[in-house]
Ligand binder design. Sequence first.
Ligand code: HEC
Ligand SMILES: [Cu+2]
Length: 386
Amino acid sequence: MRSLPKITARSATLGAIIALALPCAPAMADGVMRRMFFPARAAEYSGPSDSVSFFIFWTTAFFFVLLMGLMAIFVVKYRRRPGQAAPRSPSHNTPLELAWSGIPLILLGMMFFFGARLYIEMRTPPIDSTVINVTAQKWGWTWEYPGGEQSLESVTLANVSSPVFAVPVGKPVRLVMNSTDVIHSLYIPAFRDKVDVIPNRYTTYWFRAEKIGEYHLYCAEYCGDQHSQMMALIKVMSDADYQEWLAEQADTSAIPLVELGRKLSISAGCLACHSLDGRPGTGPSWKNIWGNTHVMTDGESVKVDENYIRESILEPNARIVAGYPAQMPTYQGRFSDRELRAFIAYIASLSDDGAEDAERMMEEDDAEQEASEADSPQASVPTTDF
Ligand code: HEC
Ligand SMILES: [Cu+2]
């Protein structure tokens, strides 16, 4: 009883310190925490998102230290001593109770307000956003740009060939996302947002990239064996570079057939399941399969040729290679005729006896490209803007 007014006076002082220190906490946190634990900030909401996290972190850290500290001090100070009876606990103290209800109420109210406001903004894409259709599939990402362009550029991230996706700096981009198999989650730490990608439903992820540079994209929802390899590199570019990049992806006619097949195998995610070195993965390796005879689960023998590869891509479940699961997704409607031929030529080129066939396909393709250019000369004349 005797010591209670002293505690009240002390908690009033502490209250004042909290009130003064809290506005500084995010600023302090900004320097220390950001450099220690947080990746670069590259999008419009990266900063505000960090501020909300830091506010919550430092508020809770402060009260944790305060409460645990007081508890430790009280345990020692008011410990049971020989010959001293335990005093009765006070039943009521109005100023103290108002303080410990009012201060947390204000702080939690602030957390709710800042969090909810930011959440609503982050879920509301601007009307003038560039829309990119994103498809997630075990274990890769496909981005279809507004003109139908798809990325053919790739890089090696942690020993995995991964696609590169360009986005313009300073412009709102809206990803409309869908999965063809299981639940994935698109996560770009530098943009501070993560949204699930779900089969049979569209979800949206929007951002305005603010810093030119390269940032990582991960799948953040465990989706099977190669989940951790489901990565991509996001390149934030100036608008001019972005337009140039798009034009480069769109015009594949100049890329030789085998090279196009190689690029597509990376960007379409085939190599997540098919190795090039003979080691079986989720699917059979592509090394030295051209011209071989493969046995299917129903006992049928099939020669690996143009028709078989084409069917494997468009209707993977028509025939299942013995010893493998029916795990390959269909690519129906995804590739043009020339792109399908590119896969065939590429797979042929991976076999010791396939080199000649691949060569022949390249020559036929060259002849065809020339013929189609001769048929429609205007196609090769640059169009003018009116
Ligand atoms: C999720 C894993 C997965 C992905 C991605 C995948 N495949 Fe497959 N693929 C398989 C499996 C498993 C088989 C064997 C079972 C079957 O026949 O369907 C297979 C079989 C094949 C075969 C027949 C191989 C043989 O030895 O008989 C070809 C050709 C093929 N895939 C091409 C492709 C191409 C081209 C792509 C990309 C456009 C691709 N696959 C993407 C899993 C995958
Ligand atoms: Cu995934």
